[in-house]
Design a protein around this ligand. Structure first.
Ligand SMILES: *Cc1c(COP(=O)(O)O)cnc(C)c1O
Length: 452
């Protein structure tokens, strides 16, 4: 192990890097963990220490690191071309991938617009929805509806429809106003009821907003079935379907942000499938390339696409495009990712792993400071509370979930919290024994960080 080089890297990281979502003063005080290699479900640091990747390298990796199929596909594409533009030209992998995406997406989504991250996939859907109505109804429908706890990215448009205060509060003066409906956070019900007796009463607010303002509303944006960044909030079955029905009734477009939930994470290829819903826009990123390269796609319908057709001078064109749009390496990785789903029957094999994860999580629920355990497929969250009876949350300064995650690192597991929620989002390729190991470590670290 090259300890001199490692020390130098640690020094240079602190000297030159500014890390995302990170208080850099804290970062500067600690020795950074620097990843050098990956191997299947493991990350390996510069000292050769191995860690189980419990959050799929931030919700992106699907079939493991250094997957042979994806590695080789990318290498073969490099020997042809690494990048060529989609502005005025086509490229082979972007065409082949678009056809594959349409095949697996909810029925009716037939057009693919590429970009390179989740935030832009969302921006594109927002802009398309907005422009669609400008061209249809001379711009009367200009507003959006979003949900409490929503996270759609870090650009201004996606922040406007987002609602996690610590992320967006400072920028409020620059954000456009958005109607906010309740997302069904059942553990802390926004209308103080209990599921299922409530019959999903929190949806009323959404219905009222549309009833009163539908003439000015262009679209609704939702994270279908699970809000991830809000702390793995799982919506009860039926919520999404109702949202779709109400949108249709009031002639409002539905944007499904499946940036986090897409590509098998919930146990199905897309979360929309759970409720047989076709949105007007489907935003995809994170897992699309198997967690290899930055690529995103916004899928939409013929109806939307056609509203942008016209003579050039009518200026109905969608004037939007990122430089690396449809990057061949990214598209090729995505094609390989989908091929593995098919060849290895990833989703079928996942079923028994999801059950094992559910069983193991039950034990965690019994820990004295675990208020709620939520799971949908391979997405899970453990919400820590001071008092189980009152559901009193830990204060932000206590950073309790952060402590648990730091401790887990000592046992060879990388996880990352969201507020008071411990996030579990392993790769779909994780082995049974590794699931057990992961939950064991988390259980022990909760005990030792908070006490029994
Ligand atoms: C991560 C995420 C985004 C933003 O994606 P980036 O690639 O980080 O820009 C948007 N929506 C959801 C639901 C996400 O989880």
């Amino acid at each position: 192990m090259n300890s001199k080089r490692n020390k130098k890297l640690e020094k240079l990281d602190k000297k030159y890097l500014w890390h995302p979502f990170t208080q850099m003063r804290e970062w500067e005080k600690e020795t950074p963990l620097i990843i050098e290699r990956g191997e299947g479900n493991y990350l390996i640091d510069t000292y050769g220490k191995k860690y189980l990747d419990g959050i799929s390298s931030l919700w992106v990796n699907v079939h493991g690191h250094r997957n042979k199929e994806i590695d080789n596909t990318i290498k073969a594409q490099i020997d042809k071309i690494s990048h060529s533009t989609l502005l005025g030209l086509g490229n082979v992998p972007s065409i082949e991938l678009a056809a594959e995406l349409v095949k697996i997406a909810p029925k009716g989504l037939t057009k693919v617009f590429y970009s390179d991250n989740g935030s832009t996939a969302v921006e594109i859907a927002l802009k398309m929805a907005f422009q669609y109505w400008r061209q249809k109804e001379r711009g009367k429908k200009t507003k959006f509806v979003a949900f409490t706890g929503a996270y759609h990215g870090d650009t201004f448009g996606s922040m406007s429809v987002g609602e996690i205060d610590v992320f967006v509060e400072k920028y409020k003066p620059l954000l456009f106003p958005v109607y906010k409906a309740y997302y069904p956070y059942c553990y802390r019900c926004p209308v103080n009821k209990n599921y299922p007796d409530c019959k999903i009463a929190c949806i009323k607010k959404f219905e009222e907003i549309l009833e009163n303002h539908h003439k000015e509303i262009a679209a609704c944006i939702i994270e279908p079935v699970v809000q991830c960044a809000a702390g793995m909030i799982v919506a009860p079955h039926g919520f999404l379907k109702k949202i779709r029905q109400i949108c249709t009734r009031y002639n409002i477009l539905l944007i499904a942000d499946e940036v986090a939930t897409g590509f098998g994470r919930t146990g199905k290829m897309f979360a929309c499938e759970y409720e047989d819903v076709t949105p007007d826009f489907l935003c995809l990123a994170k897992g699309i390339t198997g967690g290899y390269l930055p690529l995103a796609a916004t899928l939409t319908t013929e109806k939307i696409y056609k509203a942008f057709l016209g003579e050039y001078k009518e200026l109905k064109t969608f004037f939007h495009g990122h430089t690396y749009t449809g990057n061949p390496l990214g598209c090729t990785a995505a094609i390989a990712n989908l091929k593995i789903f098919q060849e290895e029957k990833t989703l079928q094999k996942l079923k028994s792993k999801i059950r094992v994860l559910a069983d193991l999580l039950k034990d965690c629920k019994n820990l004295p400071h675990v208020g709620d355990v939520r799971q949908k497929g391979f997405i899970a969250g453990i919400e820590l509370v001071v008092d189980k009876k009152t559901k009193e949350p830990y204060s932000v300064e206590q950073r309790i979930a952060h402590k648990v995650c730091r401790e887990a690192r000592e046992y060879g597991l990388i996880i990352r919290p969201l507020g008071n929620v411990i996030v579990i989002m392993p790769q779909l390729s994780i082995a049974m024994a590794e699931i057990k190991k992961m939950i064991n470590i988390i259980y022990q670290c909760i005990e030792s960080a908070i006490g029994k």
